[in-house]
Design a binder for this molecule. Structure first.
Ligand code: AMP
Ligand code: ZN
Length: 665
């Protein structure tokens, strides 16, 4: 019989290996199902044996830690920018400068330039320690909890790694995952994300790491930094990093001259369109690290590296018309309909015009020949007008003044670029979008009802708002397009079941502007019922932890609307959960509200998880690291010495489990 510790170790090792095969090598060695079973086994063992807790266990990848403020930390080695070049001549000039400064033959490593968010990872004794964003190059944000959820980031290395080093690379969102995320967003009536790069860097700054865990992010690495690493060249360091378990792109090549560099560039300029990620150029690095050191740095960038930017592909085509779309929130987006044209491997028919200012700035008119570029954005953008081809008789564009859907006069708030249709309860796309949000997976999760059916129901005049869903009958639904007896039954049943969805999700489903999942949870926990929340003044709302003025005003405005009051009364009448249930309320208080508590060590009378749950149930926040914002630490046996030191340095109280339980009584 193996001991529990051995079982845990074996499971961790096995899961780590499967993770590596799947996420780094793209070569699955186990089914998802089997993986989940093993992960559950490990989770259970770990929960029952907190003494074997390991921050780098594969179970820690699912996230859960909440970071409110990302701590700023200094980079041990500065993160530089790269100089840019755009032509063969630029690269040849660069080589001339290099040859003046170093002796001997110069080899170059050519790599692709990935368009994502730069990141620096620190490893000590083969264990993942922290991840920091580039920031201003001298210091960045500690996003460790979020990066830990990215499966291609190894939490424990293999092979003969040095005891301490940093490794740098790029967090990217592959096109496939990006498109999937956008399909889901469109489905629930949200604006799609603009491009993978911004979505990747936005993901790193999400407060809820469990949310990050759900995003298909990847981490590509290309630069090892540290002292006495025993590495002699850039190309060797790529190979080493690969051996230690990092995901290092295969598209890297060692070459002997700028001519060969140009060959690499030429090849990838066309072939990059087949890659799973966004790339915007090539990075050329002097291969020999000794030579790199001789070359050194300018104020902003290394002299030994040069980025070559691919030219974004551009074409010109005719602007046939401008249409105006109305989003769920009432925001108006002008869209250009173009004469179809080939660009970067796809046919382009539409381009975003963003807003009124953009159209005016570029003086874009229907009938113009316009330049279109496909850069980082999935939707191509219009760069300008070919004035030499402008027909003499075309008129400047008049931006619409009224909603194309409902005819209401548009408003534009001071300082905002977008026009809005203020007809919140009477404008069809807004009505449909709001109901689509209500039924979506993270909200009421109504099975058997999809976004298109919602649009049909509204267009047929069967429903006007989400409370009407509960009065729908099978007979009303059957005649709809693509409906059959069975699907109608499922739909009605799905709606019925949504009456069991807990209050915090109902609150999110209501679609109050600025009330996302996290805020909804906060408000539900604090107020416990819609009635309490509805009667809260904006001042009262702001006093809740994490609720700012913007949210408070939006919540207040939502509940004073007569129309919304009416809808809420109907929801209540139909039996939707508008308050926390008895079970949810049991053992819940606000005693610890506003407190950030760190739990450390092993306890006698209670498990670590139970302790954490107690903190959360009583309104407190469990934080994984000690900072000046920590209220106190609940410590059991074996509290880590470094934690203890840090707590003492910051003057933070350390209490034991009994003292903590006392506080709750
Ligand atoms: P820039 O932000 O234009 O100065 O470009 C520098 C950035 O390019 C770096 O901070 C990296 O995030 C990114 N980059 C992408 N791929 C590479 C690569 N293969 N080598 C070095 N930097 C890269
Ligand atoms: Zn409207």
């Amino acid at each position: 019989m193996s001991t529990v510790k051995q079982q845990i170790e074996a499971l961790r090792e096995e899961l780590r290996e499967h993770n590596y095969n799947y996420y780094v090598l793209d070569n699955a060695t186990i089914s998802d199902y089997e993986f989940d079973i093993k992960l559950k086994q490990l989770q259970e063992l770990e929960a029952n044996h907190p003494e074997f807790f390991d921050a780098n266990s594969p179970t820690q990848r699912v996230g859960g830690a909440i970071t409110k403020n990302f701590e700023t930390v200094a980079h041990e080695y500065r993160m530089y920018s790269l100089d840019n070049s755009y032509s063969k001549e630029d690269l040849q000039d660069w080589e001339k400068r290099i040859k003046k400064l170093v002796d001997g033959h110069v080899q170059y490593t050519c790599e692709l330039k990935y368009d994502g968010a730069s990141i620096s990872l620190t490893y000590e004794n083969g264990l993942f320690q922290k991840a920091v964003t580039r920031g201003d190059g001298f210091q960045g944000d500690d996003v460790t909890a979020n990066v830990k959820t990215i499966k291609s980031v190894p939490l424990q290395l293999k092979g003969d790694y040095p005891p301490k080093f940093d490794i740098r690379g790029e967090i990217v969102l592959p096109f496939e995952g990006f498109n999937k995320m956008n399909e889901e967003r469109i489905e629930i009536g949200e604006e799609p994300y603009r491009n993978p790069r911004n979505t990747a860097s936005g993901s790193l700054k999400l407060q809820d790491s469990a949310e990050v865990a759900k995003r298909p992010l990847e981490c590509l690495l290309y630069n090892i930094i540290g002292d006495n690493l025993g590495i002699k060249s850039q190309f060797e360091s790529l190979e080493k990093a690969r051996q230690w378990g990092f995901k290092v792109p295969e598209a890297a090549k060692l070459v002997n001259s700028i001519d060969e560099v140009l060959g690499f560039i030429e090849y990838w300029d066309t072939h990059r369109h087949g890659l799973p990620y966004e790339t915007d150029g090539v990075v050329v690095k002097v291969n020999d690290l000794q030579q790199q050191e001789e070359l050194g740095y300018t104020a902003k960038s290394p002299r030994w590296a040069m980025a070559y930017k691919f030219k974004a592909e551009q074409v010109s085509t005719r602007l046939n018309s401008i249409v105006y779309q109305v989003g769920r929130t009432g925001a108006i987006t002008p869209v250009a309909n173009l004469e179809p044209v080939e660009l970067a491997g796809t046919t382009v028919k539409r381009a975003s015009l963003h807003n009124a200012d953009q159209i005016e700035k570029l003086d874009i008119r229907v009938g113009d020949e316009v330049f279109v570029e496909k850069g980082g954005e999935i939707i191509p953008k219009i760069l300008g007008v070919d004035l030499t081809k402008r027909p003499i008789d075309i008129q400047p564009t008049q931006y619409i003044t009224h909603c194309p859907e409902c005819g209401t006069e548009l408003v534009r708030q001071e300082g905002e670029a977008q026009h809005y249709c203020p007809n919140y309860n009477g404008c069809k796309p807004q009505i449909i979008g709001r109901i689509q949000h209500y039924i979506s997976r993270k909200a009421m999760d109504i099975e058997g009802l999809g976004g298109e059916t919602v649009a049909l129901l509204v267009n047929e005049g069967l429903i006007y708002n989400y409370s009407d869903l509960y009065e729908l009958t099978k007979e009303q639904v059957i005649p709809l397009e693509r409906m059959a007896e069975k699907s109608a039954e499922n739909l009605i049943q799905g709606i019925e079941q949504s009456k069991n969805i807990p209050f915090e999700r109902v609150l999110y489903a209501l679609g109050i502007r600025y009330v996302g999942e996290t805020v909804a949870k906060k408000l539900a926990k604090h107020y416990k019922s819609v009635d309490e929340l509805a009667s809260a003044s904006p001042e009262d709302l702001v006093s809740v932890d994490e609720i700012g003025v913007k949210i408070a005003e939006s919540v207040h405005a939502f509940f004073i609307s007569e129309e919304n009051k009416n809808i809420l009364n109907r929801l209540k009448y139909f039996g939707v959960q508008l308050e926390m249930s008895v079970e949810e309320l049991e053992g819940k208080t606000n005693i610890l509200e506003g407190q950030s508590i760190v739990v450390s060590g092993v306890f006698e009378s209670i498990s670590r998880n139970e302790l954490k749950k107690l903190i959360e149930d009583n309104g407190g926040k469990v934080s994984s690291s000690i900072s000046s914002k920590t209220s106190y630490i609940v410590a059991g046996d074996n509290m880590g010495p470094s934690k203890k030191e840090k707590a003492e340095a910051l003057g933070i109280d350390i209490i034991n489990e009994y003292e903590f339980l006392q506080k709750l009584n």
